[in-house]
Ligand binder design. Structure first.
Ligand SMILES: [Zn+2]
Length: 163
């Protein structure tokens, strides 16, 4: 997965503010959606834990960055023949690695599609909140197909026999 540059995110946030379509209406709690008086952003309960949530973001950003980069690199280093070897050991002989299908909702102005240098391919650039992007990647990884890949790769022995 390509990284989303801070520039793109910044532009996205500004864009949302310009259009007045911030995802949080200012009369509901940003966490639970409870209705609030004007100029309140969190309910009483969630207002008391804003720092905790921010600290957790601060801890997760470097961890997720490291782990997602590592996972992306390792997945890229598996030969097609090794995927076939793993898949053949499954009762339903699946097509591995599973293709990921992500659906991203964005303002049409925030999507660019260009013809790629490789014939038959296009490059798509989408500016959107990182929370939406991460939630979609997480949803994809939570599919049973990827869970099965996780179990099979964790338990495999002798996969180097395919070299
Ligand atoms: Zn709340």
């Amino acid at each position: 997965m390509a990284g989303v540059s801070p520039f793109v995110l910044e532009r996205c946030v500004m864009h949302r503010h310009e259009k007045g379509t911030n995802v949080y209406r200012d009369d509901t709690c940003a966490v639970c959606g409870e209705s609030l008086p004007p100029d309140h952003f969190y309910c009483r309960e969630h207002g008391a834990s804003v720092d905790d949530r921010l600290h957790e973001i601060g801890n997760l950003v470097p961890r997720v960055t490291t782990e997602l980069s590592r996972l992306a690199m390792l997945l890229d280093q598996v030969a097609g023949e090794t995927w076939d070897y793993l898949a053949e050991q499954q009762s339903d002989d699946p097509e591995w690695p599973p293709a990921s299908a992500v659906a991203l909702r964005a303002d049409a102005d925030d999507i660019e599609v260009d013809v790629d240098s490789e014939p038959g391919f296009v490059t798509v650039r989408v500016a959107l909140p990182l929370s939406d992007l991460l939630a979609e990647v997480a949803r994809d990884l939570q599919r049973p197909e990827w869970q099965k890949v996780g179990q099979a790769t964790a338990a495999v022995h002798g996969a180097n026999a395919t070299h």
